[in-house]
Design a protein around this ligand. Structure first.
Ligand SMILES: NC(=O)C1=CN([C@@H]2O[C@H](COP(=O)(O)OP(=O)(O)OC[C@H]3O[C@@H](n4cnc5c(N)ncnc54)[C@H](OP(=O)(O)O)[C@@H]3O)[C@@H](O)[C@H]2O)C=CC1
Ligand SMILES: CC(=O)C(=O)O
Ligand SMILES: [Mg+2]
Length: 619
């Protein structure tokens, strides 16, 4: 993220990776005439030099005119492709809840956005969950422009390195999917590209990684989605998914090619159907992590630390049922085991606090099938030969204090189950974490009604506020977006050779410690989302410190910084879309050999220095 050579200035400062083939990003109406002349857009852009408020007014009015979430998604996609810095300025100014209410301390949950259509002024739900799920389902219909790279097993195997040469920017971080498990929506093949695009937009918005340093990557390894293979509009290869061995060979080549082209690149795996083998294979040799296993584990641990405290039940007495034993289920359970061990339990005591359920029922040693390797650690041997098939009966048997949903089964936490949780616990911990909203194991309203408002709640996707007994309660969202931006930035800045488990655990603890006094006083599980940028800095610091402690860092220059200096170091390296125009202008003046102070009055006509009105949140 160092300054680019002047020769590259035009390319670097105005074109996102999404605009590499064209230069429409140069037509930002906020650019003053000096920049327009330099870019040779003078005369091609309408004469007015606009401040952000004016640009924002136009964009939001256009957005309001879109009648559905998917149309808003399409509009924002186009805006990112054509006016990348304006897109991020807009996003920064609209990562905030529209309403704040006092809440019952028992309803401590992450404040987040409501359903996409309910609060149109908030933008994240239109670029991320839940709308990104619909966008992926419809990707072949709505596709208009390339936003990342597609690598194809049949045509690119053996020549991945040369295909990567087509990407015109230096990359610091990539998010890769093969589309085989997109949110809880199943195998969507190359339509899954929406996920890397959305996650990387959050990397820029939350952790300030420059948009042109991000690479969304979608692997076309075939799809087992027959409907897609038969859809004339489907943009991927109409073949069934390759075998595990073929996938491994392709990934081996890809990992080597990415790291050779961009040494130090951070590689995030996302939404693979079976991501455990690749994590085991690459975690020690590449700077990579799996967000669904490790990021989700960290973010849920981050909220669980407070939930355990508010439940008033000592760690040793907690018992957890997990509906779903896939990447997220096992990832979250393992992180909580680590926490329980640090709280004084033995590993065996900690492991036995978990009852995992999959599509065949309770995961046990004796149920007669060959268990997937990742489930073995939690497999029960104390069921006395009984197979407990119904979730309701399992709740009777286990008497859990925690029930976690990572099953992709919308509505699986029935009224009966929620009520049982409330009978068993004063403050039941209920986390329906499956995405998007339609797959959530229960709604916020159901959880509040069934527990007399006492639920300790976090969901994967957003729900509306709900008024119960005269109090308006705000639901939470336990989503890995609270940690993955900081994990990625921490790995980049520390130049980590790998992403160690210590770094992942540190992200969870930094998140849990990021709540301010007011948030603690309100009994929240997670910090206010309006502080996401600040929180990401704290997570990044925790991750860097852990990289240093575990000896995987290579950035010697920051080893001796104290905590405050490290925060400053991180902040100065973060892209800020509000400062971009200033930065561009300074560089243009420098290139033109005129180091005199530029005329800022034409640059920021209203004297606001380009920022939104006072008090707005700036990512
Ligand atoms: N909130 C957040 O930040 C995150 C949320 N998620 C969400 O979690 C969900 C699961 O993701 P992930 O673990 O990666 O997916 P996986 O496909 O790896 O796992 C899904 C699990 O659910 C189980 N399952 C399926 N049907 C049932 C059923 N009827 N009853 C009980 N269990 C069932 C599967 O069983 P089997 O093993 O037998 O197939 C599997 O164990 C998704 O909706 C995803 O969007 C994921 C990551 C982050
Ligand atoms: C949030 C996320 O990573 C998922 O649902 O897969
Ligand atoms: Mg995911």
């Amino acid at each position: 993220m160092s300054a680019q050579p002047h020769a590259n200035i035009k390319h670097h400062v105005h074109m996102s990776p999404r605009q590499a083939q064209h230069s429409s990003g140069d037509y930002d109406s906020s650019y003053p005439k000096e920049v327009r002349k330099y870019l040779k857009t003078y005369g091609l852009t309408p004469p007015a030099v606009e401040d952000f408020e004016t640009q924002e007014k136009r964009c939001m009015a256009l957005l309001e005119k879109k009648s559905s979430s998917i149309e808003k998604f399409i509009y924002l996609t186009q805006l990112r492709a054509t006016h990348v810095h304006l897109f991020y300025r807009l996003l920064a100014s609209h990562v905030k809840p529209s309403r704040r209410h006092h809440r019952d301390v028992s309803c401590v949950s992450l404040l987040w956005f409501a359903e996409a259509d309910a609060r149109p002024q908030e933008l994240t739900p239109f670029i991320y969950t839940p709308t990104v799920g619909e966008a992926c389902q419809k990707w072949s219909e709505i596709f208009t422009q390339p936003e990342g790279m597609y690598l194809n097993y049949w045509t690119d195997k053996g020549r991945i390195s040369s295909v990567l040469q087509n990407w015109p920017h230096n990359v610091e971080i990539t998010v890769i999917t093969d589309g085989s498990r997109i949110l809880g929506l199943g195998d969507l093949g190359i339509n899954g590209m929406g996920i890397p695009v959305g996650k990387l937009a959050l990397y820029t918005a939350c952790a300030g990684i420059r948009p042109d340093a991000t690479l969304p990557l979608c692997l076309d390894l075939g799809t087992n989605n027959k409907e897609f293979r038969e859809d004339p509009l489907y943009l991927g290869t109409r073949k069934e998914k390759v075998s595990a061995d073929e996938e491994r060979e392709f990934l081996d080549e890809l990992m080597a090619a990415l790291t050779e082209k961009w040494p130090g690149i951070v590689i995030q795996y996302e939404d693979f159907k079976n991501p455990f083998p690749s994590l085991e294979r690459y975690r020690d040799t590449y700077t990579m992590f799996n967000d669904d296993i490790q990021g989700t584990g960290a973010v849920i641990l981050g909220g669980m630390v407070a939930a355990v405290k508010y439940s008033k039940i000592p760690v040793k007495d907690h018992r957890a049922i997990f509906l779903g034993s896939g990447s997220a289920g096992v990832g979250v359970a393992k992180q909580i085991v680590e926490f329980f061990i640090k709280e004084g339990l033995t590993e065996d005591e900690a492991r036995r606090k978990f009852w995992l359920v999959d599509s065949k029922g309770l995961v046990t040693n004796d149920r007669g099938d060959k268990l997937a390797e990742h489930k073995e650690y939690f497999s029960r041997d104390d069921n006395n030969g009984k197979q407990i098939q119904s979730l309701s009966r399992l709740v009777d048997f286990v008497k859990p204090t925690i029930i976690m949903g990572l099953s992709t089964i919308g509505g699986a936490f029935s009224e009966d189950i929620i009520k049982k949780m409330a009978e068993l616990n004063e403050y039941p911990i209920i986390f329906p974490l499956s995405n998007p909203s339609s797959k959530s194991e229960c709604t916020f309203e159901e959880a509040v009604n069934g527990t007399d408002g006492k639920v300790l709640f976090a969901s994967g996707s957003p729900f509306n506020d709900y008024t119960y007994n005269g109090k308006t309660l705000t639901p939470g969202q336990g989503n890995n977006m609270y940690v993955f931006p900081g994990i990625g930035l921490g790995a980049i800045l520390s130049k980590a050779v790998c992403v160690s488990q210590e770094m992942i655990y540190a992200s969870a603890i930094a998140l849990s410690e990021s709540l301010n006094e007011e948030e603690h006083a309100k009994g929240w599980l997670y910090p206010d989302i309006r502080r996401i940028r600040e929180v990401s800095v704290l997570v990044t610091r925790g991750v860097i410190r852990a990289a240093q402690k575990s000896g995987v860092d290579r950035e010697l220059a920051i080893r001796n910084l104290d905590d405050e200096e490290l925060i400053q170091y991180i902040e100065t390296r973060m892209y800020d879309p509000f400062k971009e125009r200033d930065r561009v202008l300074t560089e243009v003046m420098h290139v033109m050999g005129d180091l005199a102070t530029p005329d800022r009055s034409s640059f920021f006509p209203n004297g606001t220095n380009g920022h939104a009105s006072a008090g707005a949140s700036h990512l």
